[in-house]
Write a protein that binds this ligand. Sequence first.
Ligand code: PMP
Ligand code: GLN
Length: 385
Amino acid sequence: MKPGATSLARYGTTIFEAMSRLARETGALNLGQGIPEGDEPADIVACAAEALKEGNQYAPMMGLPALRRAVATHDRDFYGLNLDWETETMVTSGGTEALACALFGLIDPGDEVVLIEPLYDTYIPVIEMAGGVPKIVRLSPPDWRLPVAELTAAFGPRTKLILFNSPMNPTAKVFSRAELEIIAGLVLAHDCYAVCDEVYEHLVFDGAVHTPLLTLPGMRDRTIRIASAGKTFSLTGWKVGYLTASPALIRQAARAHQFLVFTTPPNLQSAVAFGLAKERSFFTGLANRMQAKRDRLIGGLERAGFAVAPSAGTFFLTVDIRSVGFQGGDVAFCRDIIETAGVAAIPVSAFYAHEPETSFVRFCFAKPDTMLDEAAARLKRRFRD
Ligand code: PMP
Ligand code: GLN
């Protein structure tokens, strides 16, 4: 028999699926895949259930007007953006589909795409499916500083766009205004675009603020901003995402969206519109709760002997496994702690294109306090007691 697509054959099952499966099979506490537990807003869920009684047919391709208006209002209230909801917003099936629409909408075969790794696992496969050529700039632990000379060198005449993620999974880095200005300067100098994965926009800590690149001078017509209700409302199973960009860029993304999924479940869109209209305190409350969980897990992991890297945003933190004397790499460590401690984590090497062994692993802290405490206690028994 002829083989299936060889271009996809080299990709195995994603690390998130693999680790969650292992956790289920072994009964381990799953601090691996980013699945927020115990924080689902009951009123938003009730709104979705109620909306099921009203409409169950295709929503408009671009999204329900109520949600598109809510996205534009949200972006005005939080970032001072003046968006026309009818031409400058689009609803997608999660941040993942939003990314695919942005990339398929912009990339021609042979176009170069600048990426910053560690990076989220869908980026490279989708860029390659579009015929793009990844140009990767590497950040290294523990400070994950942006290497400006390498970044500048990655841009060239064939660069079509830069795609990056801030707040950043798995590093928990939030790009500073100065770093964003450097990126904006490169985008302008090379007459290209930026696709900004901002799904963790509301998960920033210690009073820091998230700044969308779209708000910087010259970026309004060159940037696609991507967000996700999955992260903002701790409802990852819903897969509702949205893009904001100039009319020309939204048109390009919509050309891909209409052929990828066309539309997103209407009841979930209604409920997300309701959620986005919540008071500002809802969004700051989420960040405050997650910050407390971050600190709780940091305390527990430090008591277990780990050196924990700073976490400025997202619901993840990373630790250096050498700090507890572990001799192997990050993949071996994740296998070890599932078996010996009953705790699942994600190896940071999975976020690099060529999967170098790193000595860092990622834990998700969007979990009930009891689970965070128990995971830390188990790791302490494994490495300290
Ligand atoms: N980008 C990043 C960096 C993510 O961590 C995620 C979460 N899975 C996504 C995109 C995808 O978001 P969604 O679940 O809404 O498709
Ligand atoms: N974003 C999630 C994480 O980093 C995973 C989502 C997925 O499994 N596709 O854990």
